[in-house]
Ligand binder design. Sequence first.
Ligand code: AMP
Length: 129
Amino acid sequence: MASIFTKIINGEIPCYKVAEDDQFIAFLDINPNAMGHTLCVPKTEVNKIFDLDEAVYMDLMEFSRKVAKALEKTVPCKRIGMSVIGLEVPHVHVHLIPLNEMKEMTFQHKISLDHDQMESLASKIQRNL
Ligand code: AMP
């Protein structure tokens, strides 16, 4: 069965898109740890990051770097944290999280943004790419 991220990539489920190219998509995490929490996802569905082809892995890092730079320009923060987990969604994704405090990397601390805030944030990040 297709992962929820494949459904997003295929346009079957909406997302707050931040960036896209032929290999990858980035969109806001629906249950963010912090303002601007973004996921960078390869369009080809692979479960575990270290099972990616080496070239795709390197390209994912480069794509994530570009998105992180745009995030850093958009959201006031001390730095962008990066994490890979995948225990909930078995489709490779890099979490990029604008950080001000350590708790924002714990995945225990969540914030709530409404639809308009998510939409406007995604547009602002896009403009800073
Ligand atoms: P993990 O697989 O543990 O790295 O976590 C999956 C992440 O995907 C969580 O932070 C979820 O909030 C996020 N997530 C799950 N479904 C969606 C969705 N439809 N749109 C955006 N983010 C999602």
